[in-house]
Design a protein around this ligand. Structure first.
Ligand code: 5GP
Ligand code: MN
Length: 350
């Protein structure tokens, strides 16, 4: 991987050598890349480097990733505050994976802020805020944190994959798959190189695909189809949006993570250039934004939803009463953004 110099790997080795206990922290609402890279690094540190390594997640992992998380001792900072606080305070190194700003570890942040342990960052989001990290390995051109971590682990192993645990490789392949939307987005030559090497090392990609795409509950399919059929608005300017309230989630019987990926669907329509998905949760809207080439989902997330991410895949939040008067005003808010961003639309197509 370009830019992953001998000096960086040397600095990483030194950081690791000073810590007996390492705590890995990932972004809130952890996805396949966050969980995959977190578990891969944890297994590598435990089984190859003999560290006392643990993984702290800011909130619940989606049920759709239970094939990765089941049987793993993962600490949830929201529901297991004591354990998270202890794990972080006892660690001699905190490794932040798949986040570009420290505050994205949300419920884990107060514990992190109390610790004076060195901080390592491995991430691929745009605009990393690398201040406050002792070593930052940030590659916004990489498809996923799992892609970067693959090269990091291999470099730590002097180019060999032999000692990297099979479980770590399986987790890396999962994150690579989910963050690229099954190799549809952000795929570079090194992404395919990593995938090839992982398959060559024995990772069962079909098994991962089975878990990711062929084990849904019917409620998920029904909800996603109904949302697309009855709750999708396509504006003539090319912006599409879906708003899912907590009440609707309940009525559909949806579990956390079961609308992941839905935001991509409207982009299948030729005229749609930006897709926004709002999902009400715990008194605010979580926002997912995707765009086609030439349109910046990231800028919309930064300018209007307190967020960020990647150029064509970003996220953020929309709150009331700070941003909008009430949840009912969300559609009007999006449409006003569309009007300012992409003028000249006249009517709403349903
Ligand atoms: P998703 O729509 O899948 O939740 O998020 C898309 C991408 O944007 C992910 O890489 C995610 O980490 C990033 N993202 C989501 N929310 C935020 C946010 O509030 N701030 C930043 N900087 N990135 C975000
Ligand atoms: Mn990621």
């Amino acid at each position: 991987m370009q830019g992953l110099t001998q000096n960086i790997i040397q600095a990483l080795s030194e950081l690791l050598s000073t810590a007996r206990k390492v705590c890995i922290v990932v972004h809130t609402h952890p996805d396949g890349d966050a969980i995959g890279s977190g578990l891969a690094f944890m297994h590598y540190l435990r089984e190859v480097q003999g560290k006392d390594a643990c993984l702290v997640i800011p909130d619940e992992a989606p049920s759709t990733l239970s094939f990765l998380t089941s049987g793993e001792d993962i600490i949830n900072a929201e529901t297991e505050t004591e354990r998270a606080s202890r794990a972080i305070s006892e660690s001699g190194l905190i490794a932040f994976l798949d986040l570009n700003e420290m505050h994205r570890c949300e419920a884990a942040l107060p514990f992190v802020e109390k610790s004076d342990a060195p901080r390592l960052l491995i991430d691929h989001h745009a605009k990393p805020c690398t201040e406050g990290f002792d070593l930052a390995i940030s590659r916004p051109d990489a498809s996923s944190t799992c892609e970067i971590l693959f090269f990091v682990l291999k470099a730590l192993e002097n180019g060999s994959m032999e000692r990297i645990p099979a479980k770590a490789l399986y987790n890396l392949m999962t994150g690579l798959t989910t963050d690229t939307n099954n190799f549809a987005n952000s795929v570079g030559d090194s992404t395919l190189q990593v995938a090839g090497e992982l398959i060559g090392a024995g990772v069962d990609r079909d098994d991962i695909l089975g878990h990711l795409y062929h084990e849904d509950r019917p409620e998920r399919l029904r909800a996603n189809c109904d949302l697309a059929a009855n709750h999708l608005t396509i504006l003539p300017c090319g912006l599409a949006y879906i708003i899912l309230t907590e009440e609707m989630s309940k009525a559909y019987g949806l579990l956390p993570g079961e609308t992941d990926g839905l935001v991509n669907l409207p982009l299948s329509v030729k005229e749609v250039v930006v897709s926004i998905f709002l999902h009400e949760e715990n008194g605010l809207f979580r926002v997912s934004i995707r765009s086609k080439r030439g349109w910046s989902a990231r800028r919309i997330a930064e300018d209007h939803f307190h967020g960020g991410g990647h150029e064509m895949a970003s996220g953020g939040k929309l709150r009331w009463p700070e941003d909008i008067a009430s949840p009912d005003c969300a559609a009007a808010y999006i449409e006003s953004i569309a009007a300012r961003f992409l003028p000249n639309y006249k009517a709403v197509l349903q």
